[in-house]
Design a protein around this ligand. Sequence first.
Ligand code: ZN
Ligand code: ZN
Length: 385
Amino acid sequence: MKGLVLDAQWEPKPDYVVSDWERKTGKAITGNSVWRHPSLEVRDWPDPTPGPQEVLLEIQACGVCGSDMHFYERDDQDYILYPGLTKFPTILGHEFTGKVVEIGKAVTQLQPGDMVTVEEMIWCGRCIPCRNGYPNHCTNLEEIGFTIPGAFANYIAVDEKYCWKIDAIAERFGSEEKAYEVGAVTEPTCVSYNAMFERAGGFRPGHYVSVFGAGPIGLAAIGLSKAAGAGIIVSFEVSPQRLELAKQVGADYAYDPRAVTPSDVLMELSKGAGFDFHVEAAGAPEKVIPEMEKALAINGKIVQIGRAAQRVPMYLEAFQVRRAQAFGAQGHSGHETFPNVIRLVASGRLDLSPIITARYDLAGTLDAIAKSTKRADGKILVKPN
Ligand SMILES: [Zn+2]
Ligand SMILES: [Zn+2]
């Protein structure tokens, strides 16, 4: 089969201390400090064969994620930009849907022909965090499209326990093709859902919600806020195209944060009460958190989803005076998240189909990633088969 393969050289930066675990596993915990001179091309890769508990999926759609951009973009020393867990060579792509075409001997939940989407996090179920119910903090984590082969490819073999059926979405749309496309947005939507409702405990219907950043994660957060009954939803985003998408999926107001002072806007809209729930999906917390702090309602919550490896000035007095809380969140697994997001889409209460703004075939995957680096699109899909 074919796949978009990333290869790079293991050349740790001089100031980076390589741990024994990294040396033993060949996995870099901080990819940006280790992987140099990356090459990306669509090329031949051995066909996967499913193990006893695995299913073979013919991949139908795979979204381009911000992290895929960070493999494509390099720093001034030619290291990948992506800061997280990685092992190369591997096939990229982790936001996907597929059709089951073959099942292993011990598979019990799925059959050939089933339509599924898949978790990206291959949590082990055996480490202490997994056993305590925190699969998003698994210490033996493998990640599809980061440490093991991903879905910018014709096929993937994956344990059935990471697959979730999307036939209810197909029934909703009356189209398998549409269900495979919309289903590919499930994974990033689950990242937003996990952060907002599992980690931060959500908000009450009627509460005022601000979402900073309207890339796919922020757009999903807006759609989820609407579905959950927010009183007002405000989006801040620098791209004019994305501001339009924000309104299409549920934002009542959408602003370029360079043209206004976000905290003033939020205080005005709430008539001085402040906003109850703030979502950081911009990956720029050093700019965003100080604005959120100035617009905290009593009992206000701030949820950090965007990734940024830097310290942020926080004025904790604001959290004391406003009885406020900040929540860090990562991942999408466990806690009923995948099934609940699929239910919302199948019910029609969450429709993120407007955010899909471009489609490419497998041979065009590099063009798809290049387009995403313009940061103007919503979700770009690759449809390999
Ligand atoms: Zn992603
Ligand atoms: Zn684990």
